[in-house]
Structures are given as structure tokens and as C-alpha cells.
Design a binder for this molecule. Structure first.
Ligand code: HEM
Length: 132
């Protein structure tokens, strides 16, 4: 959850409005393209304390109750609603297995930290350098 909060592959979601809406006082006409930048919301101190720090414990026990009540909608790496990613359940099952297998069986060394670029999706900027 914490990794997806700070480094979501899809750090924004797009929608086309079907009808006229008013959102937080803004009039939005039908047919508008809305970009919900969850990546920015996830690094906003109004939503998460010490927002730029990697702190998995924020999702656990007492700390969990202090985490924003809308946090599960802000951290939406697979989207939400009708167009939610159909691969979500599959990935949630295989990703922990792949990670555990890799970490337990290999000694990974990162030669150079990966740089990221925003291309609607968050993607590696250039080749990534690491060895096992
Ligand atoms: C870590 C892996 C993955 C991530 C982070 C991811 C993320 C996403 C996101 C953010 C969306 C847009 C959801 C929305 O607009 O609300 C999406 C849509 C979609 N994903 Fe994934 N996805 C992943 C893996 C997969 C896999 C494994 C499959 C297929 C086996 C898949 C198939 C799709 C399809 C077909 C859509 C379009 C759904 C629609 O528009 O109705 N995804 N995904």
C-alpha cells in the first residue's frame, strides 16, 4: 500500500463526464476530460502526515486511524469504479509471491537508482542498472 502510495504506475486516472456536474464549486460540462491526479494527492500533507516519507506503518494499528479516512480512494493504483483494472486481483496475488521469491533467493544490488518520468504512466527514464 505504501509503495503504491508513493510510486503508483498509474498516478492519475482519466474520466469523461457523462453529464454536467459541479465539483468543489467548479462547473464541469458533460463531455469534459477529467484527470484525477491521485499521485499528487498522495504526496499532499493535508491527506497524509509526513507524506513524502516511506512509512508502511501508517497503514497499521493505531496509526491507521490517523491516516486520512479517504486514503483508500486516494491510493488507487488500479483505479476505482466501473473501469477498475480487471487484472487487480491477479496482480495482488502474484506480486507478493514474485517479490518474496526474488528477495529470498537473490542478493540484488542497485548500481544506479532508477529515475522516473511521467508519461501519463510513471515509467523508468532510460535503462535501469542493477545486478543479482
Ligand atoms: C501492476 C500491474 C497493473 C496496474 C498497476 C494496473 C493499473 C491499471 C489502471 C490504473 C487502470 C485504469 C483503471 C481506471 O481508470 O479506473 C487499468 C485498466 C485496465 N487494466 Fe490494469 N493494471 C495492472 C495489471 C493488469 C493486468 C495483469 C491486466 C490483464 C490481465 C490488466 C488489464 C487492464 C484492462 C483491460 C484495463 C481497462 C479496464 C477498462 O477500461 O474497463 N491490468 N489498469
Amino acid at each position: 500500500m505504501e509503495t503504491f502510495r508513493l510510486l503508483p504506475t498509474a498516478n492519475c486516472l482519466g474520466r469523461v463526464t457523462e453529464e454536467d456536474l459541479e465539483l468543489s464549486g467548479y462547473k464541469v460540462s458533460a463531455g469534459s476530460v477529467l484527470i484525477c491526479h491521485t499521485g499528487i494527492a498522495c504526496r499532499d500533507e493535508r491527506n497524509f502526515r509526513r507524506a513524502n516519507e516511506f512509512r508502511p506503518e501508517r497503514w497499521l494499528n493505531e496509526e491507521k486511524s490517523q491516516t486520512a479516512s479517504n486514503a483508500t480512494f486516494l491510493v488507487a493504483p488500479f483505479g476505482v469504479g466501473r473501469r477498475i483494472c480487471p487484472g487487480k486481483r491477479f496482480i495482488e496475488q502474484v506480486l507478493p509471491v514474485i517479490l518474496e521469491y526474488t528477495i529470498k533467493n537473490f542478493d540484488m544490488q542497485v548500481v544506479k537508482p532508477m529515475e522516473l518520468q511521467f508519461e501519463f504512466l510513471l515509467s523508468p527514464k532510460g535503462p535501469t542498472s542493477c545486478y543479482f
